[in-house]
Design a protein around this ligand. Structure first.
Ligand SMILES: CC(C)(COP(=O)(O)OP(=O)(O)OC[C@H]1O[C@@H](n2cnc3c(N)ncnc32)[C@H](O)[C@@H]1OP(=O)(O)O)[C@@H](O)C(=O)NCCC(=O)NCCS
Length: 509
């Protein structure tokens, strides 16, 4: 037995020596030294051992090694057999090791495995719930009655009203005051007419109503921008400037797609049907007389975006039907019983599919769909989002996840307010107030139920932004932003669904 152990020991020693020799050879070259440091090992480990190449160089240069004394020989021998060096463990921060790629892969594998289990559990429990026909019923109650689509068609009236008001203003047949009044009527009606229609019509579904209101809200922001830019043009014309070399806007992106040479439009040459409809369909909320244009439509890019759009919309619908709806249905009882521990458990359960669907929605809307429309219209500015996922503050998130809205807020609200001497904090609060109003408008009106959860959710961003900015930095700030996104949304969703359920089902029964 002892012999076997000794043999084993001897066998072990040989490869170790071989390994050491190989390491020494690697470290003799500068590249080798670099590769060792990259792995986080101690670089000086082998520096005391002259390598073959070093020795060769010395011999070539005629440098002779001093005659080795027995003591030096002994220390050399002990160095040859030593297998320990002064070094830190890899996971100690002092080791300087930073290559955690394998851990990241492990996270991805664990994520896939956990979700595969959840997927299977869901299928076993509920069977297949995905039903594309049901999606149509979310938009339409009656196949012969399309109120949401009719509302969208009627929105053309407001576009025409804006164009004809601008034409009158440009030739001076109406005064600026009259123009402002007409715009006030037009834009106010633009907000109240669809909401009144959605609230009074019984044939419109909540999803159909939300879609129509989204279209009207976008149109409101676009026509507001149209009004402002044309007014700036008139101001410039009055100061005898002939062309619009404007930079009242947010910094426009460099024409990275290589803009084609287009006829330069100047005021009032822009007041045409073609120009206003280009702006209405373009993926931006900020009007400009001369948008940066891409030189051509890239067909393969367009097809890829189209494929993504179709695939991700199906995926979102499938995940909502198969994963979110059963979880929400199972959450109603704990909410009615006010069972807090079960409520939190349900909310955390809903957070996973909700967040996944939100991420897919982000990609589907801000990357696939907006790029598809932009490519089709040869609209050059493709900055629809920035790296919000690295947000270390809440304000960074709000300024970077939805660039079209952020640009509009800056150009037509924030900068004009700041220009009038309004305090920065007041201006930011005012923007969040307006944003909270629109969030509530887009949820409460289609649901025909005013609960202010969306409004409060948006307004709570102000104290949250202060707290994160004041107390959290770096990765902690980033984690706080992620937590607020993952937890905040399902709370709002559950609140609305619970209230809708109580209002329409419990009270009726
Ligand atoms: C409120 C909000 C506009 C603040 O944005 P911000 O980038 O943090 O604001 P900042 O204070 O850094 O200033 C931004 C710009 O204003 C300019 N500015 C600052 N003070 C100014 C002043 N007194 N006069 C003129 N401009 C001024 C800055 O120079 C800067 O200009 P730049 O972008 O051209 O460099 C942003 O958080 C926001 O868009 N919030 C709402 C978003 C939202 O509701 N989205 C809904 C999505 S669903």
């Amino acid at each position: 037995m002892l012999q076997i152990l000794k043999m084993g020991d001897r066998n072990d020693r040989v490869p170790m020596m071989t390994r050491r020799t190989r390491r020494t050879t690697i470290c003799a070259t500068p590249a080798g030294a670099n590769s060792k440091q990259a792995n986080g090992s101690a670089g000086e480990k082998t520096s005391s051992q002259p390598s073959h190449s070093n020795r060769k160089v010395k011999e070539e240069k005629g440098v002779h090694e001093p005659v080795t004394t027995p003591r030096k020989e002994r220390s050399k021998t002990s160095e040859r057999f030593s297998c320990h060096v002064l070094q830190e463990s890899l996971l100690s921060s002092a080791s300087g090791y930073s290559n955690y790629r394998g851990i990241l892969n492990w996270c991805v594998v664990m994520l896939v495995l956990c979700n595969a289990r959840l997927f299977l559990e869901n299928l076993i429990k509920y069977g297949i719930l995905v039903d594309p026909i049901q999606v149509v019923s979310l938009f339409l109650k009656d196949p012969y009655n399309w109120p949401a689509s009719c509302l969208v068609i009627v929105s053309n009236v407001f576009i025409m009203a804006a164009l004809y008001t601008e034409r009158r203003l440009s030739v001076g047949t109406i005064s600026e005051t009259t123009g402002t009044f007409l715009y006030l009527v037009n834009l106010t009606t633009l907000l109240f007419f669809p909401s009144a229609t959605v609230l009074t019509l019984t044939s419109i579904t909540p999803v159909g109503g939300a879609f129509a209101l989204c279209v009207y809200t976008i149109l409101f922001m676009k026509l507001y921008s149209y009004k402002d830019v044309n007014m700036w043009c008139r101001e410039i014309r009055h100061t005898k400037a002939r062309t619009l070399t404007r930079s009242h806007s947010c910094p426009s992106v460099a024409q990275s797609n290589g803009s084609a040479v287009h006829a330069h439009v100047s005021y009032p040459g822009n007041l045409t049907h073609r120009d206003i409809y280009y702006f209405v369909f373009a993926p931006t909320l900020c009007y400009e007389l001369n948008f940066p244009r891409s030189p051509r439509i890239r067909k393969s890019f367009l097809l890829r975006r189209l494929f993504e759009m179709l695939f991700f919309i199906q995926l979102q619908i499938g995940l909502v039907q198969q994963w979110m709806v059963p979880t929400i249905q199972n959450s109603m009882k704990p909410f009615q019983d006010m069972d807090f521990s079960r409520m939190i458990e349900r909310m955390l359960k809903l957070a996973v599919p909700n967040h996944l669907i939100w991420l897919i929605f982000f990609y589907w809307f801000f990357h696939s769909s907006m790029n598809f429309v932009a490519e089709l219209m040869r609209f050059g500015d493709r900055e629809f989002y920035q790296d919000w996922w690295n947000s270390e503050t809440v304000t960074y998130f709000w300024s970077n996840w939805n660039i079209p809205v952020h640009k509009w807020c800056l150009r037509h609200f924030y900068k004009p307010l700041m220009g009038r001497g309004v305090n920065k904090w007041v201006a930011q609060t005012a923007i969040f107030l307006v944003s909270a109003f629109f969030h509530e408008y887009l949820v409460s009106v289609p649901l025909k139920m005013f609960r202010l959860w969306a409004f409060m959710g948006m307004m709570s961003q102000i104290p949250l932004a202060w707290f994160v900015g004041r107390f959290l930095r770096g990765n902690y700030g980033n984690a706080a932003v992620w937590i607020s996104l993952i937890i905040g949304q399902p709370i709002a969703v559950l609140m609305y669904v619970h209230d809708f359920y109580v209002l329409h089902y419990v009270s009726q029964s």
